[in-house]
Ligand binder design. Sequence first.
Ligand code: ATP
Length: 134
Amino acid sequence: MNTFATQIISSDGVFYFGRLRALVIPAVDGEMGVLPGHEEMIIALKEGILRYKDGKDVWHKAAIGRGTIQFANNRCTIVVDTAEKPEEIDVRRAMEAKKRAEEQLQHALSEREYRLMQASLARALTRLKLVENN
Ligand code: ATP
């Protein structure tokens, strides 16, 4: 048991389906590693960089939005709002989204608008970080 079955689903469809040797996830309270045989869990994910090692020992990275991860019986299911590979990121769009969110956050916003803008900023920063570090 040196791999585990994984599916990563985003609102756009199936992002990844296959076996993995390891995962590093952006959990709400920090990065967390997941290896085969991990104990059962369901936890929340925040915007950030997901790293996953495939069956050939190759590490991949993705920018993800908020979601959840479930691990049970050596199977992992990740459901997230958005997921992009580095080569899929439109840098200009992310920079514009960042600028828009930063500008909006300067204004008096309702609590809901503030949280939406914070999340939008976090998504844009994650996308830019993924492209920079790739
Ligand atoms: P924008 O304000 O530019 O629409 P957003 O953060 O509001 O950005 P999301 O709601 O997170 O966008 O995503 C909507 C869809 O667009 C998803 O399919 C997501 O993968 C894609 N997407 C968003 N921003 C980018 C980007 N910079 N590069 C590539 N795909 C992106």
